[in-house]
Design a protein around this ligand. Structure first.
Ligand SMILES: NC(=O)c1ccc[n+]([C@@H]2O[C@H](COP(=O)([O-])OP(=O)(O)OC[C@H]3O[C@@H](n4cnc5c(N)ncnc54)[C@H](OP(=O)(O)O)[C@@H]3O)[C@@H](O)[C@H]2O)c1
Length: 276
């Protein structure tokens, strides 16, 4: 990232906070970051935390930035885009982190020729452990793609998809995925209690097991299936549990759940796009 690039965030909520923290921790000077929000009390807190320039007027921010990160709720994105459309400088990169809203709609609201990268981050970004899918609109150049990667990499990993539709698949997998693992942790904790453990012990065991298994999966040079087989001794306890999961068609349960998320992402994209 050039040391003159100015990044402006519209919306000072949790996601903007996480990304700004990541950028500053990665060495970006606070004077290159600007922030606007309608909530003055929140802006005050962010200014105290990061010592950056803040605005209650999105237009004033838009006039001053080379990159604009749209970090408001999807339902108000059209209002914000209409508001800043005439204020953004030529060649400004617009990065949307708003779930579901399609590039074509954002471009329409911004007047028709904007360089837009649409992204789908996930909540572990709040702990710098996020993973983000990115899609580049037709007016985005290679340097702007690098810039967008740099911004999202400050809160974890990122990867590009070639078709916008694949962001719905990213949403179904990593966007909604943290909740699937929370459900697994909840379910394992409850089952542990049913087997006689106290609640606190069952929850600690579940959380640490999820963390340890993730770290092993991340470190292995083998396939995940091979890793599972290595820890599943014939006729052992793990095999008894895995056989029970498989009898109840665990893979198909997961596939159906993710298909439901994928279909809902598509519906939401259509609903949100009509909001102009
Ligand atoms: N949190 C996540 O894990 C996550 C994951 C993936 C994607 N996202 C996306 O990230 C975006 C931001 O999420 P978030 O969790 O950070 O939301 P958030 O905490 O609600 O932050 C949004 C901020 O925007 C402010 N705002 C409302 N209207 C505004 C306007 N016209 N101009 C400027 N600011 C305005 C809100 O103020 P008020 O509260 O006063 O309205 C709030 O401070 C969303 O689009 C969401 O879909 C979030």
């Amino acid at each position: 990232m050039k040391n003159s690039t100015t990044i402006g965030f519209i919306g000072a909520g949790n996601m903007a906070y996480a990304i700004i923290s990541g950028l500053i921790n990665n060495g970006m000077p606070a004077k290159q970051i600007k922030l606007s929000d309608t909530n003055e009390a929140l802006l005050f807190l962010r200014k105290e935390a990061f010592n950056l320039e803040v605005f209650t007027d999105n237009i004033e921010l838009a006039k001053r930035c080379d990159v604009i990160v749209l970090a408001v709720k999807p339902q108000i994105l059209s209002t914000v885009c209409h508001q800043i459309a005439d204020a953004i400088k030529p060649n400004t990169l617009v990065v949307s982190i708003a779930a579901g809203v399609r590039v074509g709609d954002i471009n329409h609201w911004l007047g028709g020729n904007a360089s837009i990268v649409r992204t789908m981050p996930n909540t572990p970004a709040l702990l710098n452990q996020g993973v983000t899918g990115l899609f580049a609109g037709e007016f985005v150049n290679e340097l702007q793609k690098e810039l967008a990667s740099d911004i999202l990499n400050s809160v974890g990993q990122s990867l590009w998809v070639e078709e916008e539709k694949m962001l719905d698949a990213v949403t179904a997998l990593s966007g909604s995925g943290p909740a699937y693992f929370f459900l697994m942790i909840e379910s394992m904790s409850k089952a542990g209690v049913a087997l006689g453990l106290d609640e606190k012990t069952a929850q600690s065991l579940s959380i640490q097991t999820a963390l340890g298994a993730s770290m092993m999966a991340n470190a292995t040079t083998d396939s995940i299936a091979a890793l599972r087989k290595q820890v599943t001794s014939p006729n052992g306890t793990t095999q008894a549990a895995i056989a029970s999961f498989q009898q109840q068609n665990f893979e198909s349960i997961v596939a159906q759940a993710m298909r439901a998320a994928f279909d809902r992402a598509d519906e939401l994209g259509t609903e949100l796009g009509h909001n102009d």
